[in-house]
Structures are given as structure tokens and as C-alpha cells.
Design a protein around this ligand. Structure first.
Ligand SMILES: O=C([O-])C(=O)C[C@H](O)[C@@H](O)C(=O)[O-]
Ligand SMILES: [Mg+2]
Length: 422
């Protein structure tokens, strides 16, 4: 019997799930976040799951890639990567919001390949009876710590019902949000998404967090909303308070200028988002921590390559997230479990969602961590009714691309996207 497991078909289902009015440096989250759920079917009857972005251009590229993968063995990931690259033929995407840096044709291949790779590892794991973490070198930790990801937010979307979190537009609101998130999930580290208000107000919010939670590592991420001088002012004000400062200013040159004088490490998911950006970043000493994200670093195995490079060049490693569902959380957890030098608590948008496509029970937060699933593959199953419902929601909500700036402009026509803003 051949040990090949060949792809016969790929089902791609765009879904929309409710998302609160979370503010960031480029606008505000729309009422629904979009994701695509991939099911890779095989000739041995084993199906693997993947999850990725669902912007229209990305969906079109995923379909192109899916056609090119039919007939390939799920173990031949290198061939699959080459097939995806050939199918895309230099087609370059965008992240639609600019929060994850410059997108090139090679990084587009990584974005498109990623959910197929995850699904194929799910299949390999199911076939071998091993968890995905075992296929990545084996778990070095049984629990993966995540951080409380705080956002300034409105109480509701304009014209909509208030969500259960309420408004958070000042230090008291941010501290209350952190308290609930820590009570509910037990997170041990805290990240504030900044770049929304004047830097002085965000410094005040971080100080309030420090006072309320004296022992928890704190991070601030304004998504490049500040000039070099403003970044240095904030860095000095928060000396001894932040575990790391994430993307204070745009570009590697600017980050390097801040890094030379900032008392804390700088982290990024904006100026190092692809392999060809690592060499100049190391040469410039632009960042001290890279936020990995398997959705754009080309999947789980290529994220481990990134981890090796970070290890070699003494760069810290953390993990980035966007609004996501349970398939992604499972993949992030297996990857983090099997990456020894991923020593920071990972980002997750998990607490912000109220809807899910994965059957309950597989992924639970305890003391801020998720236990690494030990069953075969990713260890999660689709809830088919939920998938159908969230797909219906995608069809009816009318959103087809993430557009935080466009949504903000519809609410406040005077709003301008400006990077850096202060
Ligand atoms: O760490 C980051 O830069 C992010 O998580 C980017 C995201 O897009 C975040 O800003 C968001 O969800 O608005
Ligand atoms: Mg960031």
C-alpha cells in the first residue's frame, strides 16, 4: 500500500463572526470579523482543517492554490509550497489595513500556503495518531500562556446593541477591561493596543495598569502611530514599566533609531513580517523581539524556521494575532508548544468573540494558558451547524474586506489615516 495521502478536493468557507467596536491606529473594527475555513479532503477519507483571512483577493488566491494542490501528497509540503508559488505567479496581495507591514509576492505565497500547510499537518497527525505539536519537534510545554489583549473601545457599534464589555476610552475603562479579562481567563501578561489617543493618555493608561496589576508584564502597541521623537518620549516615560514596546514607529530605520536609546526591548509585527526582512533588521538592530504569526510566516514549519533564525541572532520571539477562531487557536497552541524559544505569552483576540466554528471542549483557558491538545492532528472538530450559520452571516453581512479606516470614515468623515500620527 502506498503511504501517500493525496488531496482530492478543498472546501473553502468564508465566515463572519460578530466583533466589538475595537479601536486601533487605523480606525475601528467593523461589526463582523471575516475568516475563511479550509477543509482539505484526501483519498484516504481524512480531512484536515485550516483557517485564514477572508478578504476577497485572498479568497481568490486560496482558490487558485487549492486547484494547484489537488493530487499532491499531504506529506510533500515543499512541493506544495512550490505549486502554490507557481499558481500565484507573482500575484501580490495586501493585508487591507497596513497593520502587518509591506506585502510582497513572496510573502503573499506564505500567506496563501499557510492554511493548506496547517490542514495537511492536521491530516498527517490524524493518519499517524499524533498531535500536530509532535510533527513540529514535540511539545516542550503542556500549557501555552496567552496575554490579555486590551483595546480602547466603544460601548457599541453605532446604532447597535451594547456588547457585554462596555466602553473603554480612558485609564479606568482599560483597567476595568483588564480586570474582567484576567478574572475570566487568568491571563498573566497584558497588552494594550494603542495608537488611538494622544501618547500622553496611553502612558497614563499603562501606568494605571501597572498600579492595578503590579506583577504582570505589560506591553503597549501603537502600530507605528508615533514619530521617532515621540516614541523615545514614551519609552523614557515607561522605563521600567514595559516588558516590550511594540512597533512604536514605522520602518526598520526608525525602529533602529528608537532602539538605540529606548530602555526596553522593541518588538514588531510590522517591520519584520517576511524572511527577507530579517537580515536588514539584524544588521540595523532594529528590533529585539519578533512577533511570529503562522498565518503570514508560511505556516507552522516555516514559523519554526523563523524561530531558529531568532534564536541564532538573539532575537526574542513572541506571537501576534488577529481576530480569529478555534482552528487558528489550536494551530497557534501546537506551534507555541513546540517552539522552545517562544518564551513570551502569545497574543490572542479570543476573548473578543462570541461565536465559534469549532466544537466546544477542545480548547480551554486556565490560568491564562491553553492546554496543548493531545489527540491526533490539531485536536479540534468543526461544528457544522455553527459553520453554516457563520457562513450565512458572511453572505448577509455584506462585508467582503477588512476595512477599519473606511468604517471609521463612514462614522466620522473627518477621520484621516496617518502613520505616524503623533
Ligand atoms: O499586534 C498587532 O499589531 C495586531 O494585532 C494588529 C491587529 O490588526 C490589531 O490592531 C487589531 O485587531 O485591530
Ligand atoms: Mg503589533
Amino acid at each position: 500500500m502506498s503511504d501517500a495521502i493525496r488531496i482530492t478536493d478543498v472546501t473553502l468557507t468564508p465566515v463572519a463572526f460578530r466583533d466589538p467596536a475595537l479601536l486601533n491606529a487605523v480606525g475601528v473594527h467593523e461589526p463582523y470579523a471575516l475568516r475563511a475555513v479550509l477543509e482539505v479532503h484526501t483519498d484516504q477519507g481524512i480531512t484536515g482543517l485550516g483557517e485564514t483571512y477572508a478578504d476577497q483577493g485572498h479568497l481568490r488566491r486560496l482558490r487558485q492554490a487549492a486547484d494547484a494542490l489537488v493530487g499532491l501528497d499531504v506529506h510533500r509540503l515543499g512541493r506544495m509550497y512550490a505549486a502554490v508559488a507557481a499558481a500565484l505567479g507573482g500575484d501580490t496581495g495586501s493585508d487591507g489595513h497596513g497593520l502587518t507591514g509591506m506585502i510582497t509576492s513572496s510573502s503573499t505565497v506564505d500567506r496563501v500556503f499557510s492554511p493548506f500547510e496547517v490542514a495537511c499537518l492536521d491530516i498527517q497527525g490524524k493518519a499517524a495518531g499524533r498531535p500536530v505539536s509532535d510533527l513540529l519537534g514535540g511539545a516542550v510545554r503542556d500549557q501555552v500562556p496567552f496575554s490579555a489583549y486590551l483595546f480602547y473601545k466603544w460601548a457599541a457599534h453605532p446604532g447597535g446593541e451594547p456588547d457585554s464589555w462596555g466602553e473603554a476610552l480612558d485609564p479606568d475603562g482599560i483597567v476595568a477591561q483588564a480586570r474582567r479579562m484576567i478574572d475570566d481567563y487568568g491571563f498573566t501578561a497584558i497588552k494594550l493596543k494603542g495608537g488611538v489617543f494622544r501618547p500622553e493618555e496611553e502612558i497614563e493608561a499603562v501606568r494605571a495598569l501597572r498600579e492595578a496589576f503590579p506583577d504582570r508584564p505589560l506591553r503597549l502597541d501603537p502600530n507605528a502611530a508615533w514619530t521617532v521623537d515621540t516614541s523615545l518620549m514614551v519609552a523614557r516615560e515607561l522605563d521600567g514599566v514595559l516588558e516590550y514596546l511594540e512597533d512604536p514607529t514605522p520602518g526598520q530605520e526608525g525602529m533602529a533609531r528608537v532602539a538605540r536609546e529606548a530602555p526596553m526591548p522593541l518588538a514588531t509585527n510590522m517591520c519584520v513580517v517576511a524572511f527577507d526582512e530579517l537580515k536588514p533588521a539584524v544588521a540595523l538592530d532594529a528590533v529585539q523581539v519578533v512577533l511570529s504569526d503562522h498565518h503570514y510566516w508560511g505556516g507552522l514549519q516555516r514559523s519554526k524556521v523563523l524561530a531558529g533564525i531568532c534564536d541564532t541572532f538573539d532575537l526574542g520571539l513572541s506571537m501576534h494575532s488577529n481576530s480569529h477562531l478555534g482552528i487558528s487557536l489550536a494551530a497557534m497552541t501546537h506551534l507555541a508548544a513546540a517552539t522552545p524559544n517562544l518564551t513570551y505569552a502569545c497574543d490572542t483576540h479570543w476573548p473578543w468573540k462570541t461565536e465559534e466554528v469549532v466544537a466546544p471542549g477542545a480548547l480551554e483557558f486556565r490560568d491564562g494558558s491553553v492546554a496543548v491538545p493531545t489527540g491526533p492532528g490539531l485536536g479540534v472538530e468543526l461544528d457544522r451547524d455553527a459553520l453554516a450559520r457563520l457562513h450565512e452571516q458572511y453572505v448577509s453581512c455584506g462585508l467582503r474586506d477588512r476595512d477599519d479606516t473606511g468604517y471609521m470614515r463612514r462614522i466620522d468623515p473627518s477621520y484621516e489615516k496617518k502613520v505616524p500620527r503623533w
